[in-house]
Each structure stands twice: as structure tokens, then as C-alpha cells.
Design a protein around this ligand. Structure first.
Ligand code: SAH
Length: 606
């Protein structure tokens, strides 16, 4: 296994141990602040962020500190045990080695290697490991255990000294410390057929079958899954032997194919026409009608063959049809790795990162950014999420390059990648979200763009952040107006200001000024003063959730353009909005919902 080990050293005492290990295994030492310094040490100050970044990078992490520190900081970002990269806690002097996570993903092996270097027995706690140096319940990539529920019984028989007969080829099992014998009464079988197994008989499947599918647009997922199940049953094949579901790239956004992929817990991958045409001479059931429609004489057979091709594959099951779908299966000699075949359906997450503070982001937005391979955004915003992006391919753009930025993000997603396009605040409020949809909606949009999956993750918008800093000014009807005249004609902006003023809305002004444009805000103030009292509260909120945050309230008549810059949100109260300085100097600005007035009326009526 090749990997880059990260060592996290919190105190000087751990450094010597980390250096010893680094000399044997290589890797990078991260040292805490001023306490751990020296040549080739990457300094860090934020323990939690560094732990999480190293973990998110999917590389083994060796933390020379108390296990509790690691557990506490990583707990919020843990996923399933199948995804976890190895994490080990080591006593600073190397006297204890505890694999905490990812034991079966190299963590236990790594612990044993560290144990040899440090002459310490690792504290390996996973069940089958302790006895036989093998993880029967988590076989290597491309292998699946058919009856995991029987594992416990099987392992206790093993522990009791019963020998195993291995039926079929499995180098990882043969090479293990399992007690093997041709007349063993425990059995392990390697099969393509759907065998049941039991507490004395484990069944493994190799993922050597490629499932090719074709279908009409909009076919029901039940039909496709039903066809696949019938085919597997008729041919006596286990679904666990399937490595992936494959089709033509025109089908990248076909819901039923993704539903089938999820149902059988395999990835969906898509080939272009050229890749399928390369299989054309091998098709058992070529069809002129299909050729006329999509450019290749059969999608299901060609996709199955293309997927199994590198493993010397041949058609195992010819095309079978339901009313609106087809499927075929090819068998490779070796395990198929779908990750290198064709392309996945790309994903574009349009993410609002909130105003700036990490703890004002939504959990869903953070998760989307952690999952992304590529992060696209304005440079300042990328700085605000630096704690999440250490291991990412980040593409920073300058202000004003919005269209190029969004087009690039879509194109990268359309080529099969997982891309996060980040905006400050909420991505749907005066931000990239609308532009992304607009680009996808244009007539000249490349056809493959619209096949990506799109996800929108909410963020706290500047007006919400401004409001909560001072109280509840958005407590009654409000509107938001951008004063940017780059994309909106000034007359339209002015008309909206007048309408909002006359309707007594609380107004959140975004983009109140730019370097070039400073007059609209003064005009807005003067228009508003025709409808609202001079002492109507105005909130100026600058750099919300960032360093140098400044929030203040003042009367409308005192609003000066020079007090406002591009990073300010200006909120003007309605005629009902009240502002009060509290005893501790904080503001209480709120717009009542009218309960007090109602109460009075009720009292009077009573
Ligand atoms: N999508 C963003 C708005 C982007 S428009 C959101 O939902 O908040 C840019 C304008 O938003 C700025 O000119 C400013 O008026 C406001 N803004 C964005 N972030 C801000 C912050 N952290 N503090 C104050 N105003 C902010």
C-alpha cells in the first residue's frame, strides 16, 4: 500500500517518536505552535482543524497525543466505517499504539509496522484481527462477503481451533494465518452464484461482472431493477458479483440507472459512443434501430463489454429485454475497478458558506465542501473556508469573473467530477446560484452540461446575520434590494426603492456602494425620508462574521455614504422599527409583528 502518513505532534516529547517513525515510513510531521518546532515541521495552531483536515484527506493519521483528544475532535466528522481512513493514537514516548479508526483500511497493518519500529505490541481491538491477522468481515477491494451475519459464529469456531477448507482462488485468504486444511470442516467458498452460506460456511464474491444497461428515457426504476434481478436469477449469478452498472453517456442523468446502482450498491459509470463503438464487432445482438438512434448497435452489451474489456472480458449474458429497458452482463477474469472506467455522473454543489464564521455554516454546506474534489470561488471566500480545503483542488477567481467561474465549475462537473461552487452568505441571494441555473438554461449550453446532478446548500445571508447582531429587525415584512447597477438598470432600482419605501417594508440593501458608484445609496436615503421619520433606525453591518466586524445603528437622516463600503449591509427599518441601547451597550433593534397593537384592540373590544 502506498500512502502518505501524517504525524500530529502536540508536545516536544512526541517529536522524537515521530522522527523515528518518519525515518522508517516517511510522511509529514505537523507540529503544534511554538511548542514543537524544527526543520521540516509543518506548524499548526488549530488542533481540531488540523486533525479534521488530515482525516478528510483520506491518508493515515498518527496522532502523538491522548486518544481522547483525537476522539473528541474527529467525532463530528466521522462517516461510516467503510470510509474511514486509518487513525492511530500513540503515547508520546511510543509505549502505546492504539488504532482508533480504519483498522481494516490499513490501520491495523500500520499499527503492526509501528509496533515493529517501536518494539511495542499494538492494541488491536477488531475481532477477527486479533486471532488471525485478517479481516474476514472487510475483505479487500473488489471482494464481498455474502453472509456477514454468520461471521461471529464462524470466527468463534475458528478460535476453537477448527480448520478451514478454502474453495476457489483467493490469494489474500491463502496467504493469511487462517488454519487451512483440505479436510477442514469450516468452509470458505469463492463463488459467482448466489450461495447462502451459514455459521460454518462463508461465501465471498469477486466483483468481476459488468452489468450493461440501456433504456428509454424516464423508464420506471422498478422495471429496470426487476429486469436485472430476473436476469441474475435466471443465470444463477449473485448481485454481489456485480462491479458496476454501465451505460452510454447520454444516459448519465437517467434516474432509473442511478436507482439501480443504489439498489445493488455499485457505482454507475458512463461511456462515450466511441468507447462503445470499439466493442461493436463483439455484440451478440446488434440492432440497426438502436444504431440509428444513438450511434452504436447496442448499448447494454457494448457497455458491459467495454467495462470488462481490460480484464479480458467476454459476454456472459446476452441482451435481455423488458418493455423499455435492456441489460447484459460481461465477465472479466479479474476484479473490475469501475473508478477507472468511463465517467461518473458529475456533481455540482452550489454552496452558501454564510458570512464568514465557521460556526455559522450549515452542517450540510460543510459536508458538501468536504466531499467535493474541486472548490471554485472568489479568492476571499476561499480564504474564509481554508479550514476545509487543505487537501482540495481550489480554483480562486477574482471579483467580476462570475460567468467564467460558474462555466468552469459546470464544465468540470460535467466531466464527472464533484465540484463545489462557493458563494458568501446564501448562494441563491445575489450570488452564483441563479447564474448557474441561467447558464444551464441557455440555448447554446453544451448538451452534456445539463446531465450533472445539482445540489443547493443553504447559507446564512448577510441580512440575517446583520439582523441577529442587533435584535430582530426582520420581524415583520421586509425586502432585499441590491444597489448594484452592473446588471440592473438604475431606473429599475430606483423604482423598487420607491415602491418599498411607500409600502413601508424594512429594506436590506446589498451592494450599497462600489468604488465607482456611491450616489444610489444617498438617493435611496432621500427617497425613504419622504415616507419614513428621520429617526427611522438604520443598521450598518460591516464584515459580519469576519475579522473587523462592525455593527452600528443610527437614524436614517444621519446615514452618510462615506460610512459605508462594499463589505457593508445596510438595513433600513420600517416606520414601526424601534431601536434601543441596552444597559450593556448592545443594540436592541426590532420590528414588532403587531401583537401589542392587537392586544390593545382586543382589550378595548372586551
Ligand atoms: N450571497 C450573499 C450576498 C452577496 S452580494 C449573501 O447572501 O449574503 C454582496 C453584498 O452582500 C455586499 O456588498 C454586502 O452588502 C453584503 N455582504 C455579504 N457578506 C457580508 C458580510 N460578511 N458582512 C456584511 N455584508 C455582507
Amino acid at each position: 500500500m502506498t500512502f502518505l502518513v501524517n504525524y500530529l505532534v502536540l508536545g516536544e516529547a512526541g517529536l522524537a517518536t515521530a522522527r523515528r517513525l518518519q525515518a522508517e515510513l516517511g510522511g509529514v510531521i505537523h507540529g503544534y505552535g511554538k511548542r514543537v518546532q524544527g526543520a521540516n515541521i509543518r506548524p499548526f495552531d488549530d488542533v481540531a482543524a488540523t486533525l479534521r483536515n488530515c482525516f478528510a484527506a483520506g491518508q493515515p493519521l498518527i496522532a502523538l497525543c491522548a486518544a481522547g483528544i483525537v476522539i473528541r475532535h474527529l467525532a463530528p466528522v466521522l462517516s461510516g466505517k467503510h470510509d474511514d481512513a486509518p487513525v492511530l493514537a500513540l503515547a508520546e514516548d511510543g509505549s502505546a499504539i492504539v488504532p482508533l479508526l480504519g483498522g481494516h483500511h490499513g490501520g491495523n497493518d500500520l499499527a503492526r509496522r509501528l509496533g515493529k519500529v517501536l518494539n511495542t505490541a499494538p492494541a488491536i481491538t477488531t475481532a477477527s484481527d486479533t486471532a488471525f491477522a485478517i479481516a474476514l468481515d472487510e475483505p479487500p477491494a473488489g471482494w464481498r462477503l455474502a453472509n456477514p451475519l454468520d461471521m461471529k459464529a464462524f470466527v468463534s469456531e475458528l478460535r476453537a481451533g477448527v480448520a478451514v477448507r478454502i474453495e476457489g482462488e483467493a490469494a489474500w485468504l491463502h496467504a493469511s494465518a487462517l488454519p487451512q486444511a483440505d479436510d477442514g470442516t469450516l468452509r470458505i467458498t469463492i463463488a459467482d452464484a448466489p450461495l447462502l452460506g451459514d455459521g460454518r460456511h462463508l461465501v465471498y464474491h469477486r466483483q468481476i461482472l459488468a452489468l450493461g444497461v440501456g433504456c428509454e428515457r424516464g423508464v420506471e426504476q422498478e422495471e429496470l431493477i426487476g429486469l436485472i434481478n430476473e436476469t441474475l436469477t435466471a443465470e444463477n449469478l449473485s448481485p454481489l458479483s456485480l462491479a458496476g452498472i454501465f451505460s452510454l453517456d447520454l444516459k448519465t442523468d437517467e434516474t432509473a440507472i442511478h436507482a439501480a446502482a443504489a439498489h445493488f450498491d455499485i457505482p454507475a459509470r458512463f461511456f462515450d459512443v466511441a468507447a462503445l463503438l470499439a466493442q461493436e464487432s463483439r455484440l451478440a445482438n446488434p440492432s440497426d434501430a438502436v444504431k440509428a438512434e444513438v450511434g452504436v448497435s447496442g448499448v447494454a452489451e457494448a457497455a458491459a463489454l467495454a467495462a470488462a474489456d481490460s480484464g479480458g472480458g467476454a459476454l456472459a449474458v446476452e441482451k435481455r429485454k423488458s418493455q423499455r429497458a435492456t441489460c447484459a452482463i460481461a465477465r472479466a477474469d479479474d476484479i473490475i475497478d469501475p473508478a477507472v472506467l468511463g465517467a461518473a455522473r458529475g456533481h455540482l454543489a452550489i454552496v452558501g458558506i454564510g458570512p464568514g464564521r465557521a460556526d455559522w455554516r450549515t452542517g450540510a454546506a460543510e459536508a458538501a465542501m468536504r466531499q467535493a474534489d474541486i472548490i471554485v470561488g472568489y479568492g476571499l471566500y476561499l480564504d474564509l473556508i481554508a479550514d476545509l480545503t487543505a487537501d482540495k483542488d481550489c480554483r480562486a477567481y477574482n471579483l467580476g469573473e462570475e460567468e467564467a467561474r460558474v462555466a468552469t465549475a459546470i464544465e468540470m462537473a460535467a466531466s464527472g467530477q464533484n465540484v463545489a461552487l462557493v458563494s458568501s452568505g446564501d448562494a441563491g441571494v445575489f450570488a452564483m446560484g441563479a447564474l448557474a441555473h441561467e447558464l444551464l438554461d441557455r440555448d447554446d449550453t453544451p448538451g452534456h452540461w445539463d446531465r450533472i446532478s445539482l445540489e443547493l446548500l443553504p447559507g446564512i445571508s448577510a441580512m440575517q446575520a446583520a439582523a441577529l447582531r442587533v435584535g430582530a429587525p426582520l420581524g415583520h415584512d421586509f425586502c432585499a434590494i441590491s444597489l448594484s447597477d452592473l446588471l440592473t438598470p438604475r431606473e429599475v432600482i430606483l423604482r423598487r426603492i420607491v415602491a418599498a419605501a411607500a409600502s413601508d417594508f424594512v429594506i436590506a440593501f446589498y451592494n450599497p456602494v462600489s468604488k465607482r458608484r456611491r450616489d444610489l445609496l444617498a438617493l435611496a436615503r432621500d427617497l425613504l425620508l419622504r415616507h419614513r421619520p428621520e429617526d427611522t433606525p438604520v443598521i450598518l453591518a460591516r464584515n459580519l462574521g469576519r475579522a473587523n466586524e462592525m455593527v452600528t445603528a443610527l437614524p436614517l437622516s444621519e446615514l452618510q455614504v462615506d460610512d459605508v463600503d462594499m463589505l457593508t449591509l445596510v438595513m433600513v427599518g420600517s416606520s414601526e422599527t424601534r431601536a434601543r441601547l441596552r444597559g450593556d451597550g448592545s443594540w436592541s433593534v426590532y420590528t414588532p409583528r403587531g401583537y401589542a397593537a392587537k392586544q390593545t384592540v382586543l382589550t378595548k373590544e372586551a
